[in-house]
Design a protein around this ligand. Structure first.
Ligand code: EPZ
Length: 423
């Protein structure tokens, strides 16, 4: 069984370029269904979630080719509106295909994307809000089937700023009749990137990144090219690793302006952080144990991102005191606590909070990843620990990191693949 082998206990030193953003690329690939022609996407990360999304586009009849980090989608002619269960099931974010397919051809059917270990992750709000644009849903044995003769604009008030729901509504609204107003909209950079892409193709969208997004439907979208921005979560992963291990790292192509809340927390932990004026390079220097954090909670953007919560908790296991972290987005995102305890961490979970009493050191162990971001956190824990660790379940990590081993090697970490041929 493949795994990542880690010789921990050493500081990190080096430079690494940050890959393209998974959570920007996925909705943009779904959006290519709205274009009756070619889309060229550059700097697209080479990860398994992108491979699944490309297969889903192929199953709808698109011609999809990828070479290195360039993906070309030709959605001139679609042949199917039902997506195969096997590809939908392995990727929660397949739900984003609802808005794109409804916008393109007014019908879609996909298996009900099940929950995952970080939470139930229902799609009730997706169904409820798309219904307000004229979509009719029927549930057939765990499949979501949707039909819509004519999509029309509407005012949509969201009970909370769901990223996926905001994206699905935008995808359904860009070719609908009339105007759609989403309030309060998700403000994540990935939502802004989707809107930037669609506007480049001719969509009429105002307010991306603000509380209110207004979309005025157009007749059709034009062929376009787009470059995916760097991944703020991958960048944050490596910055927390360096803060936990100590050392000096430099990230190039990092999306500095999207990381204010993350850089603020790293500085509170005692790291020296410098970002260059053009906002694409971050230098971080840390030594000794991180400072404790009295209280940090995850939040929607621009708050501290839930996707970095596991890396934050991991770095705080060696802090110089007691910290408290509160997870506000997902109901079950502390899956790595037992693994960290096995390494000597002192952690107590109380509902959506975890109390972290810093220890002088962690000890290497055999670890198993159960989901993407927790898996990356375990790799960081292995690097922080004395001795050897091995992390299994790397298929989860490959969903979001192009090659975490290669990246960390460039930062001087003692890591390697075991049990596989390097890809
Ligand atoms: C996106 O998921 C990201 N995924 C997640 O990243 C990220 O953690 C999340 O946004 C929050 O920032 C992609 O962009 C592909 P939500 P999404 O809708 O859209 C509940 C990663 O590791 N909810 O904002 O699913 C939901 O259960 C992934 O890259 C409903 O209850 O997030 C969650 O508790 C993990 N009903 C909360 O809202 C619904 O209909 C926030 O979810 C929809 C969501």
């Amino acid at each position: 069984m493949e795994g990542i082998i880690i010789e921990g206990g050493r500081p990190l030193n080096g430079t690494v370029r940050i890959q393209g953003s998974k959570n920007a690329a996925l909705p943009i690939l779904a959006a290519t269904l709205l274009i009756r022609g070619k889309t060229i996407l550059s700097n697209c990360p080479h990860i398994t979630d992108i491979e699944h999304m490309m297969n889903l586009l192929r199953s709808a009849g698109c011609a999809v080719n990828s070479e290195n980090n360039r993906v070309i989608v030709d959605a001139k002619v679609l042949s199917k509106t039902a997506f195969p269960k096997e590809d939908v099931d392995c990727m929660r974010s397949s739900v984003i295909l609802l808005g794109a397919m409804l916008g393109r051809c007014g019908e879609v059917s996909l298996s009900y994307p099940g929950g995952c270990v970080i939470g139930e992750r229902p799609i009730d709000l997706h169904i409820q809000t798309l219904g307000k644009l004229g979509v009719h849903f029927k549930n057939e044995e765990r499949r979501v089937c949707a039909l819509c003769a004519h999509l029309h604009g509407n005012d949509i008030n969201l009970p909370f700023r769901s990223v996926g729901v905001t994206e699905n509504l935008i995808l359904a609204a860009v070719l609908a009749k009339g105007t759609t107003r989403i309030y309060p909209a998700a403000r994540e950079p990935e939502v802004v990137a989707l809107c930037d892409f669609l506007k480049k193709a001719g969509a009429r969208i105002r307010g991306a990144g603000s509380d209110e997004i207004i979309i005025t439907g157009v007749e059709r979208l034009a062929e376009t090219e787009y470059c995916v921005e760097a991944d703020r979560i991958v960048a944050g992963t490596y910055l927390f690793a360096a803060t936990g291990c100590g050392g000096m790292v430099e990230l190039s192509e990092a999306p500095v302006l999207q990381m204010k809340s993350v850089l603020r927390v790293l500085k509170q932990m005692g790291a020296q952080v410098k970002a260059d004026e053009n906002g694409r390079c971050i230098r971080l220097e840390a030594e000794g144990r991180p400072h404790r954090l009295p209280f940090v909670q995850t939040a929607v953007y621009p708050g501290f991102p839930t996707d970095l919560q596991s890396n934050l908790v991991t770095a705080l296991t060696k802090a110089d005191g007691t910290s408290v972290v509160e997870e506000r987005i997902f109901e079950n995102r502390y899956r790595i606590l037992p693994e960290l305890r096995a390494m000597g961490a002192d952690l107590t979970q109380k509902e959506d909070r975890v109390i972290i009493r810093g220890v002088a050191h962690l000890t290497g162990a055999e670890l198993t990843a159960m989901e993407l971001r927790g898996g990356a956190g375990l790799v960081c824990a292995g690097m922080m620990a004395k001795g050897k660790s091995i992390v299994r379940g790397v298929e989860y990590i490959r969903r979001g990191y192009e090659d975490i081993v290669e990246d960390l090697k460039q930062l001087g970490a003692g890591v390697g693949w075991t049990g596989v041929e390097k890809r």
